[in-house]
Ligand binder design. Structure first.
Ligand code: SAM
Length: 293
């Protein structure tokens, strides 16, 4: 008999294929170890023993499908996550953004919005928000709805006050929100500069010409092939010399970095698109990036 140890892998492949065929959500190129970790927890919560037991649930029960998607998409986020990153943005990137009459920023994988509101507040304090359009995208409709609704717990703002100050915030975080009955909503002018949209890095295309793209703690869950796809997308969506930011446990591999991006700040994982001439770029693209089949 062959491959007893592969049964778990067969179940996992079947589940991810069903999920893709049935809902369009493609986790087939997510890192296997992170998917397995999520599923182990999810099975416990659902009171199941085998991954294959999730298949009929995914196919016939909308509520179970939503719970599984929620679990697989890992939506952890907070205001001013990694203050040193926000400080580096102000020191390294804000002076460049100041030279534009109008600029565009893309937060890819924005989750419930804390990251994009964090940046909008700092842009506002720097007098730059009126020149900015922030696009915040995610493939999870549930978190996007939360981000649009923009209803946060007032106590979260107290908890994140120090991180906001360490990030370079100049006042009191709460001043940027309307707080009532324990609920906090970002000020209207902050919300007016942000457009939330559905976008899937595994299947959707280029997203405008951005001066800055922030994709933090998203590709950490991707396998090499999907990461390459997303990086190609980001490179093509950047203005020449535009900035690109990753999370603090992520980095570009060396060939990608040397051919297409220049490292600006190692700790904050800030890169800048290289200004190569377009002809070279097309040749490099043909050789370097392969689209997933
Ligand atoms: C861990 S959260 C990071 C949120 C925020 N960027 C931060 O660092 O605080 C990862 C987000 O990426 C989103 N995501 C995962 N795969 C995606 C994909 N293929 N396309 C778009 N968003 C994706 C998830 O839904 C989730 O909201």
């Amino acid at each position: 008999m062959q491959g007893k140890t592969n049964v778990a892998e067969i179940e996992l492949t079947a589940l991810l294929e069903c999920l893709y065929q049935h809902s369009g959500y493609d986790f087939r190129h997510y890192s296997r170890s992170s998917v397995q970790r999520c599923l182990a927890q999810h099975l416990q919560v659902e009171g199941l023993s085998y991954v294959s037991e999730l298949i009929p649930l995914v196919l016939y029960r909308q509520d179970a499908l939503q719970r599984l998607l929620q679990c697989l998409s890992v939506n952890v986020t907070q205001f001013y996550r990694d203050p040193f990153f926000f400080r580096a943005l102000q020191e390294r990137i804000f002076p460049v953004l100041k030279t534009f009459a109008f600029f565009k920023i893309w937060h890819a994988g924005c989750s419930s919005g804390e990251e994009v509101y964090s940046l909008a507040i700092l842009l506002d304090e720097a007098g730059l928000l009126d020149r900015a359009r922030l696009y915040a995208t995610d493939f999870n409709h549930g978190v996007l709805a939360k981000a649009r609704e923009a209803v946060f717990a007032e106590e979260d703002l107290d908890t994140r006050q120090q991180a906001y100050r360490e990030s370079g915030g100049q006042g009191v975080l709460k001043q940027h929100f309307h707080c009532r009955y324990g609920v906090a909503k970002p000020a209207k002018h902050l919300r007016e500069h942000i457009t939330f949209a559905h976008h899937n890095l595994a299947s959707d295309g280029v997203f405008g010409e951005m001066q800055l793209i922030i994709c933090r703690n998203v590709m950490i869950y991707f396998d090499r092939q999907l990461k390459k796809r997303a990086l190609t997308l980001f490179h093509q969506s950047l203005y020449p010399l535009g900035f690109f930011c990753l999370g603090d446990k992520e980095s570009l591999d060396r060939e990608m970095e040397s051919a297409h991006f220049e490292l600006v700040d190692k700790r904050a994982r800030i890169y800048r698109k290289q200004s190569v001439n377009m002809e070279n770029l097309a040749v490099e693209h043909a050789g370097m990036f392969t689209e997933p089949e």
